[in-house]
Design a protein around this ligand. Structure first.
Ligand code: AMP
Ligand code: ZN
Length: 478
């Protein structure tokens, strides 16, 4: 498989460190609010990557953090703590906010068929690990204390800007004019490893540490949580493109300084979902969540289909019209699959299986081209083979694509059968009513033989007539 690697800026051949095994780390959500569907685009594409690696036979271990402390409103250590901001907004404690939005995140993931990583660890559960790594960095001379905080000294590195697309000026992006520059930093790119109360007096969560009572910076959590569960080497690190700088750049700086060797070989970055008005945000404009999609009548999997239709390294523009098109495409695909009828006596064609698999793998082996992988489903439908083989291929591909195609197709077939039954029922009812009317008019004409003949005719068909004052009722004996 070739995968674009932000470090080399090439589509690199993917070769894990240990044959057959992949260690994968994903930056998790900051749980101060609902995830918007932009955040979830990143998690959908990372989910496809994980599932595809499993599909081709790798033994994948994937770890994700939950950011419940330390992430400030600017990614570069300025502004308020996002968690504290969320707690104040809702008059709750930080831990209550964290619990609520962590649950909400996983509930959204479930609806979108995003598998929960093997290990999920909140930052607040790893304070001893953070302290340990910060101490190591201080000892090795990569960190310093200033104004009560501990900073990483970026000037000690041979190369700090490892993702070549970024420069020092990018540090100013997202920093509002009203926010004062941190004068404790020796170099502009230096970042906080540990805050003490000197920075935020109203910080709710604080821990004792050798550096004073305080709390960790955002970046250190990912290095430590990855190390705790995956060791000192990573195969793939994932996140949205906004995380590449400064967050991932800082993760690399501190991990490689602490370990004394290179850390992660492949960096997988998902580009943004935007609205026509620009960057999607939790504070501006319509707050697009999975619940909102559902309120508007969209199955969350239609949104997954929408995401699969575009390459993860392209910005994707969301509009209700685009989502509607994805819904139409999804329903058509499901209807086509529903029309396949597997016959128990059919034999699976091994030749067709390998032909189908080759198309699918070619798509995903080429830097995870999901839209071509979806096209592979249509190619399967056109294969010259029996429906049983086609259904097997579709089910197999869907272990990666996660669109619940077979179960939705089954539901559609069942609904159609029910529909057919109710159409049959209504024809029967119309017939009975017509016969009851004919019997009533025979009675009015005193033609009782004819009336009795109609009653007998219906009884033979399992329909009993009951004469009541208000009229004749009928019972269908099933
Ligand atoms: P956060 O909860 O802000 O820490 O972000 C969670 C994930 O969503 C990170 O991997 C971000 O890089 C990613 N992300 C943020 N905004 C977007 C967006 N508009 N489109 C896609 N991914 C995003
Ligand atoms: Zn991270």
């Amino acid at each position: 498989m070739r995968l674009y690697n932000s470090l080399t800026r090439e589509k690199d051949l993917f070769v894990p460190r240990e044959e057959g095994k992949v260690s994968m780390y994903t930056c998790g959500p900051t749980v101060y609010h609902f995830a918007h569907i932009g955040n979830l685009r990143s998690y959908i594409m990372e989910d496809i990557l994980e599932k595809y690696l499993r599909y081709v036979g790798y033994d994948v271990t994937r770890v994700m953090n939950i950011t419940d402390v330390g992430h400030l409103t600017s990614d570069a250590d300025t502004g308020e703590d996002k968690m504290l901001k969320g707690a104040k907004r809702e008059h709750k404690t930080v831990m209550e906010i964290a619990k609520f939005y962590t649950d909400a995140f996983f509930s959204d993931c479930k609806k979108l068929n995003i598998k929960t990583p093997d290990v999920v660890e909140p930052a607040t559960a790893c304070i001893p690990e953070f302290i340990e790594m910060i101490e190591a960095l201080l000892e090795k001379g990569y960190a310093y204390e200033a104004g009560g905080n501990i900073y990483f000294d970026t000037s000690k590195l041979e190369k700090y800007y490892v993702f070549n697309d970024f420069t020092e000026e990018d540090l100013d992006v997202g920093v509002r004019d009203t926010v004062e520059a941190d004068t404790n930093k020796r170099n502009k790119a230096d970042f906080v490893l540990w805050f003490t109360k000197s920075k935020f007096d109203d910080q709710e969560l604080k821990w004792d540490s050798p550096f004073g009572v305080g709390y960790p910076g955002w970046h250190i959590e990912c290095s430590c949580i990855a190390r705790k569960h995956l060791g000192e080497y990573l195969d793939i690190h994932c996140g949205g493109i906004d995380n590449a700088f400064p967050h991932h750049t800082n993760e690399i700086a501190q991990s490689e300084a602490a370990f004394g060797h290179e850390w992660c070989n492949y960096w997988f970055h998902v580009h943004h979902l935007n609205t026509a008005g620009g960057k999607m945000s939790k504070s501006k404009g319509e707050f697009l969540t999975v619940s909102l999609l559902e309120e508007r009548g969209y199955d969350p999997l239609v949104y997954r289909m929408f995401c699969l239709g575009s390459h993860y390294r392209k910005n994707l523009v969301f509009s209700w019209e685009n989502l509607e098109n994805a819904k139409i495409a999804y329903n058509k695909l499901v209807a086509k699959i529903a029309s396949l009828k597997a016959n128990d006596n059919d034999e699976i064609s091994e030749q067709a299986l390998s032909a189908g698999r080759e198309i699918f793998k070619n798509a995903l082996d080429n830097d995870l081209n999901t839209s071509l992988a979806v096209t592979a489903l249509y190619d399967v439908l056109k294969l010259k083979t029996n429906d049983k083989t086609k259904l097997q291929l579709i089910a197999e591909f869907d272990t990666v694509l996660g669109l619940d195609l077979i179960s939705h197709a089954n539901e559609l077939s069942a609904a159609e059968d029910n529909g057919a039954e109710s159409a049959e029922d209504s024809e029967l009812v119309a017939y009975i009513k017509e016969r009851i009317e004919a019997r009533a008019s025979a009675k009015r004409a005193k033609n009782f033989a004819e009336a009795d003949a109609i009653r007998a005719e219906l009884l033979e068909k399992g329909i009993t007539l009951v004469d009541k004052r208000e009229g004749t009722e009928f019972i269908i004996n099933k």
